[in-house]
Design a protein around this ligand. Structure first.
Ligand code: IPM
Ligand code: MG
Length: 368
């Protein structure tokens, strides 16, 4: 039987609850599809700060590096929590996430945004805008740009001044662009590259390099779009997008917007990938400390992230398909967590949603 080593990072807030549901589903799929997973837990985020005084220890990074994939819940808490936030930026919970992405060289972040028919009611857009729905994936550069540039705050000429730097070199742009075109080849063969080339030098280089890469993929329709226009197009005509390729901060912002039009940020999975098979899989949402421990969080984004792990790190496409189908079936059967609840549906908690997906997966109707 195939066996894989999964590093689990439950993290903070709702993280432990949603990761527990994903593990439940992964193990059930393992029994059905003939694989087994060994889990090793590490601490990251606020819980690691409480234990070790830093958001991610080097030892934890080494554990993650020695496994086959990482499954993460969420990290962080209320910014009012002074124990976690009244410290230097590199000691805050979110710094753990940035560190693990950098250390594992996970330069690609894939965030699919797909509108389930059943969730049309939860979509905040009007029916005429939704049309036939949408199915896009945001390919966000993850280890460069503003989030990793030099930064400081100091007094210059008697005035407090803060500086963040936005740097991209052509190699960083090329490798994410290649990934985006490769993914587009397996989808609707359309890439929209998003930048701010009317203002930023980094965007002008971005556009030049993406154009060069596009020349190697003549079957792919490729267009450039300015980020402010893209933000508007996402709520005006989301159906036009297939693959959106963009830099780190634009991708951070646009992926939250894209997730919201799917009905709930609780539905959106993500995969962070690099050159090797070792990837990190996490829901696109945060740790939602206000609802932690109440058994009301939506575990679907994490369960779908676990399916992405099976697909991209372990090549277990059949098992991944089955999990995705089971999620769709449970939604079709009318079960909802509170974030996606609508009239006439059955409201369930976090653990019940996990159980339903697991049971549906185990039924013979969800075929290999
Ligand atoms: C995300 C999050 C992180 C990011 C934060 C928590 C650092 O917003 O994964 O989108 O900006 O990358
Ligand atoms: Mg974000």
């Amino acid at each position: 039987m195939k066996n894989y080593k999964v590093t689990l990072i439950p993290g903070d807030g709702i993280g432990p609850e949603i990761v527990a549901e994903a593990v439940k589903v992964l193990d059930a799929a393992g029994e059905k599809f003939g694989y087994s997973l060994d889990y090793t837990k590490i601490l990251m985020g606020g819980c690691s700060i409480d234990e070790y005084g830093e958001p991610l220890t080097d030892e934890a990074v080494n554990t993650a590096r020695s496994g086959d994939a990482v499954l993460l819940g969420a990290v962080g808490g209320n910014v009012g929590n002074s124990r976690w936030y009244d410290v230097a930026p590199d000691l805050r919970p979110e710094a753990g996430l940035l560190k693990i992405r950098k250390e594992l060289e996970l330069f690609v972040n894939m965030r699919p945004a797909y509108l389930y028919d059943e969730l049309k009611d939860a979509c905040p857009l009007k029916n005429e805008v939704i049309g036939d729905g949408f199915d896009m994936v945001i390919m966000r550069e993850l280890t460069g740009g503003l989030y990793f540039g030099e930064r400081y705050t100091k007094e210059i000429d008697g005035v407090m001044t803060a500086v963040d730097t936005l740097t991209y070199n052509e190699n960083e742009i090329r490798r994410i662009a290649v990934k985006a075109f490769e993914i587009a080849m397996k989808r609707k063969k359309t890439v929209t590259s998003v930048d701010k080339a009317n203002v930023l030098d980094s965007s002008r280089l971005w556009r030049k390099v993406v154009k060069e890469v596009a020349a190697d993929y003549p079957q792919v329709t490729y267009t450039d779009m300015l980020v402010d226009n893209c933000a508007m197009q996402l709520v005006m005509n989301p159906g036009q997008f297939d693959v959106i390729l963009t830099e780190n901060m634009f991708g951070d912002i646009l992926s939250d917007e894209a997730s919201m039009i799917t009905g709930s940020i609780g539905m959106l999975s993500s995969a962070s990938l690099g050159k090797t098979k070792l990837g990190l899989y996490e829901p696109s949402h945060g740790s939602a400390p206000d609802i932690a421990g109440k058994n009301i969080a939506n575990p679907i984004a994490t369960i779908l992230s676990a399916a992405m792990m099976l697909r991209y790190s372990f090549d277990l496409d059949d098992a991944a398909d089955a999990i995705e189908k089971a999620v769709a079936q449970v939604l079709k059967d009318g079960y909802r967590t509170s974030d996606i609840m609508s009239e006439g549906m059955t409201l369930v908690g976090t653990d019940k949603m996990g159980d339903l997906i697991k049971e549906t997966l185990c039924k013979d109707t969800i075929m290999r």
